[in-house]
Design a protein around this ligand. Structure first.
Ligand SMILES: Cc1cc2nc3c(=O)[nH]c(=O)nc-3n(C[C@H](O)[C@H](O)[C@H](O)COP(=O)(O)OP(=O)(O)OC[C@H]3O[C@@H](n4cnc5c(N)ncnc54)[C@H](O)[C@@H]3O)c2cc1C
Length: 458
């Protein structure tokens, strides 16, 4: 749908205060793309609700009017997840940004979906607590729940799904439901909370969440480890995971990306295959023991250098550079776009997956940077090209497809953390077979008119 009718504008304007509904061109243009190259159809308007009741009224009315609704967080998705594809209404949740209650004694927090994760960690940090899932971007909690986001610390702490205890969700017809509970565990029926986690706004709008928190670790140890080749670095990842060392981060960085990071971020890292590692512990003594075992294991896999005890400032710089890897690559190629491969495989197959991807990149002669959350078996390959240059872009798509196909053959997935959105839809049948059909039936049951974030996942 292109534009709202005057009657529709009057109706929507009456549901929120005047400053929280817009059909202005600039607002519409700001709500049509995320960080991916996927562009959708300009929405007819944007609405910024602040309560569950407002969301319920808006959805019930849109359902009756058959208006597509696309939820919107910080728009840091990489697969077109919040991009409206059929115009309609964008429901921007950024103003539902209140931390409702911190239950420090239960290690829990109640939040609205527009709370940003860094702000959440600033607030709960005063109680010695933190919310560990850490996508590089400063995403909203609603967007993280909808994409089941994770990040560099997932190897130790888990993904967003592991931290969502309770949700309030507004369903497409405007009904409000509560899922889950505040107890640490429950065997009570179907796990509806997990159904909404990762559903990318296709089943309803999360308007409140209770999140589990954990204690801020007393001590950190960061180490950079260098290797002669990528294979040895990957083997060290498997060895450290299997040893019970419980690393808090194990990131793989190839020389090409390190070269770019050195140049753009003023770092001085050796330009060889490397691992960035981090360990968390209750005492310096425990970390010292971990450090010597980690060094022994890495050297056993052929490490050529092991530098630990990286001091706080440098550690922050290293992690910032790692978090900003995608932006650094993007900036280095003005006028180009990126296609991000996000496959994940069982950890034992990670080394062969990395080599397979490197060989493909070399064979195709395309520009690309391989790195990833090695400890999770999650491979990122950021491919660089121009979507308008069909020949160049189809080569990148071909690389993406071959990697995903291989990952699925190895028992893995097309997306470890970024979600399906528009970009990964084509792999869903391959990965899920018959259960993709069951997902579709669930979608049709909850959203029979197909109005909630249409064209995503399916
Ligand atoms: C530099 C960079 C690094 C990144 N690194 C990582 C990483 O390491 N790990 C990782 O997992 N991701 C990463 N991402 C991707 C992104 O940050 C995450 O997917 C994040 O969860 C998106 O949150 P958002 O607030 O931006 O949501 P959006 O992009 O706005 O929306 C995400 C999805 O959630 C839906 N949605 C939003 N709010 C709600 C709601 N309240 N109810 C229902 N549906 C809703 C939207 O419709 C959309 O489908 C990175 C992105 C960038 C730009």
């Amino acid at each position: 749908m292109g534009e709202f009718t005057p009657e529709q504008i009057v109706a929507l304007s009456s549901m929120v205060s005047p400053d929280r509904f817009s059909v202005g061109q600039s607002n519409r243009e700001l709500h049509v793309h995320d960080v991916s190259p996927h562009y959708g159809e300009l929405p007819a308007g944007i609405i910024w609700p602040i309560t569950t009741e407002e969301v319920a009224e808006i959805l019930a009315w849109c359902y009756q009017q058959e208006i597509p609704v696309t939820p919107w967080g910080a728009a840091t998705s990489t697969e077109g997840n919040p991009v409206p594809t059929r115009g309609g209404l964008v429901l921007d949740l950024m103003q539902m940004n209140r931390i409702l209650a911190i239950h420090a004694e239960d290690l829990q927090v109640d939040v609205q979906p527009g709370v940003l994760r860094k702000e959440l960690n600033r607030q709960v940090g005063r109680y010695g607590l933190f919310f560990p899932p850490d996508p590089g971007a400063d995403a909203t909690i609603g967007g993280m729940i909808a994409n089941n986001a994770s990040g560099v610390q997932t190897i130790k702490y888990g993904a967003t799904k592991d931290y969502v205890m309770r949700l309030i969700v507004v369903l497409p017809q405007g009904d409000v439901i509560h899922t889950g509970c505040r107890a640490y565990k429950s065997s009570s029926g179907y796990d509806l909370t997990r159904l909404f986690v990762g559903s990318e706004g296709t089943l309803g709008i999360v308007t409140e969440a209770t999140l589990r928190l954990t204690g801020i670790p007393a001590h950190h140890l960061a180490a950079t480890v260098t290797f002669q080749d990528l294979q040895s670095a990957c083997q060290a990842v498997v060895a450290m995971k299997a040893s019970g060392l419980d690393p808090a981060a194990l990131e793989l960085l190839p020389p090409k990306l390190i070269e770019l990071m050195n140049r753009e971020k003023n770092l001085n890292l050796p330009q060889v295959p490397s691992l960035f590692c981090e360990f968390h512990g209750i005492s310096k003594g425990v970390l010292q023991e971990i450090e010597s075992l980690a060094q022994e294991l890495c050297e056993g896999c052929g490490a050529t250098g092991f530098r630990s005890g990286v001091e706080e400032g440098e550690r922050t710089d290293l992690w910032r550079a790692r978090h900003e890897a995608w932006e650094t690559i993007h900036r280095a190629y003005p006028g180009k776009e990126t296609l991000i491969v996000d496959a994940a495989v069982p950890i034992s197959r990670y080394p062969e997956m990395i080599l397979f991807s490197q060989d493909l990149l070399d064979d195709f002669g395309s520009i690309g940077y391989i790195f990833g959350h090695a400890g999770d078996g999650n491979l990122h390959l950021v491919l660089v090209g121009d979507p308008k240059n069909q020949e160049e872009w189809s080569r990148l798509e071909e690389i993406n497809e071959r990697i995903v196909k291989r990952a699925v053959e190895l028992g893995g997935t097309c997306t470890g953390e970024h979600g399906v959105g528009i970009g990964k839809r084509k792999f869903m049948a391959l990965e899920h077979g018959e259960s993709y059909e069951l997902m579709r039936r669930i979608k049709n049951l909850i959203d029979p008119k197909g109005l909630m974030n249409p064209d995503k996942i399916f």
